[in-house]
Design a protein around this ligand. Structure first.
Ligand SMILES: [Zn+2]
Length: 143
């Protein structure tokens, strides 16, 4: 299946129809955005119980990489229950950190980088740094 780059609103493109993203099941402010091989799901709001779950299953069946940006409320509960990865990445357009659920997996490098970012320095209690070197105190405070 070829997917057109850009926006897909419920029922308005062939791709939307094919994956069950239709007007009877989803509110019209919901949309999908396909760019650089990644399907972004924004403000997804379903009108029927189970519609969102079916949509995700259809997307997974196509083997697509998807991301759900800035999850809030019910979406956070769903993501945690499903065991989805939650990534935080600096977004140049937004000039801020962007949080998203995704079916991507972290590479070993990304994992190491995150562990370092989240690890607490033994010397000063600060976080962040490069290698074992602490960004705050300059000591070798990180494991
Ligand atoms: Zn330190």
């Amino acid at each position: 299946m070829t997917i057109q780059e850009g926006q897909h609103v419920p029922g308005k493109t062939q791709f939307a129809v094919d994956i069950g993203f239709t007007e009877d099941l989803f509110n019209d402010y919901s949309y999908l955005w396909f760019k650089d091989g990644v399907l972004w799901l924004s403000f997804i709001s379903s009108k029927q119980k189970g519609a969102f779950r079916t949509l995700m299953q259809n997307i997974e069946k196509l083997g697509l990489i998807w991301r759900i940006p800035t999850p809030m409320g019910r979406m956070v509960e769903i993501g945690i229950k499903q065991g989805w990865s939650l990534f935080i990445e600096y977004d140049e357009d937004m000039e801020d950190d962007l949080e998203y659920f995704t079916n991507e997996e972290e590479t070993e490098d990304e994992y190491q980088e995150r562990m370092l970012r989240e690890s607490v320095c033994h010397s000063c209690g600060g976080t962040g740094g490069e290698g074992h070197v602490c960004e705050k105190c300059g000591g070798l405070g990180h494991d």
